[in-house]
Design a protein around this ligand. Sequence first.
Ligand SMILES: O=C(O)C/C=C\CC(=O)C(=O)O
Ligand SMILES: [Mg+2]
Length: 429
Amino acid sequence: MKRTIFAVALNHQSQIQAWNAAFHQSPYQAPPKTPVWFIKPRNTWRTSHQTIALPEGEKTFSGATVGLVIGEKARRVTEAQAAQHIAGFVLANELSLAEESFYRPAIQAKCRDGFCPTGEMAPLSDSHGLEIVTEVNGEERQRWSTTELQRGAEQLVAALSDFATLMPGDIILMGTPQQRIAVEAGDEVVVRATGLPALVNRFVAEQTPQPQPQEQGHPTFFALGLNYADHASELDFKAPESPLVFIKAANTLTGDNAVSVRPDNVDYMHYEAELVVVIGKTARNVSREQALDYVAGYTLCNDYAVRDYLENYYRPNLRVKSRDTLTPLHPNVVPRDQVPDAQNLTLKTFINGELRQSGTTRDMVFDVPFLVSWLSQFMTLQSGDMIATGTPKGLADVRPGDEVVVEIEGVGRLTNRIVSEQQFEESLK
Ligand SMILES: O=C(O)C/C=C\CC(=O)C(=O)O
Ligand SMILES: [Mg+2]
């Protein structure tokens, strides 16, 4: 069963060449040092021969690629060890609207319903030199080789597993060329490569947005950046004009009274008290007025950030925000009807008993109904999906040995202890 579909951008040499000049200017400042990861959430998943509805009024582009499938748990594996953790490969179509910027996560461009069909898995002795062919209505339109990728399968497994433990069923899509092919309603797109089952999908025009079938796989965990103006200003940002949403993978989630690992040799890992919205039923194209009807309840999390690892690509990047153990999430969901006003709750963080962060959900830039409605305009939210709604000002670094308690009025109290990498590795022995 698929668990998480990771993908990497800017891994094809044609993209690196096309964007090189831009990446030496604002807002990027320098080319990416590490893989530019993103996630294709479960609402994007489809199989071969499933029909895909194209978002109305948008130009959608095909992105034929190959994905490696994890077969054996991979945690901090080396490139030399990586191959033994790979069960096989799948063909995929990493569909996207036009990619006009890589600065912030491209949720609206990449996370539309059906934007990640994948084919059946097959073993491959070697994914190097694989030719990926795209046919549209029987005509070959693109052919590229995995020799054109900056990082191959083993390098990608080593890089991602360094901060995110990969489990059987996880997939990493290995990249797409700069040149994408527009797809139209009525098209049949086939992705082919020697040794792998073909991926065939027909595209239709989206009539009125329909809630998509409940997909298996982990609930999608959305998180808001800069959703409190005072926090935005303490980071020298203005509050965003539309929601800054990023996605965290399941590996990062841990529970109450758990430990969070502060990487060695970093300068700044800070806490972030956040109210979390839990979706209760399939939501697609819902209004602000209807939005709370789709909320099952609320819980709380600590959305830690290791700012040393920030890069200006899909910022905040997964290496900052989706690290193992760095998202403690309280298991208890308080039913919506027991939280009369989610926009009037105090949030607090205590470090070793001392109050260090204090804010109120009144100060959210985009409130819960807006966020549920806004996301549902371009993707189907499913029962169990979660939205961490951002953190107010008052952040500070935490150190091994610190006890961190996040408390949200009427929702709960989340306790967490910081350990060093060395302590954590010792505990695993
Ligand atoms: O880009 C940044 O530096 C901040 C991004 C996310 C911050 C966050 O998680 C929050 O505001 O909460
Ligand atoms: Mg946050």
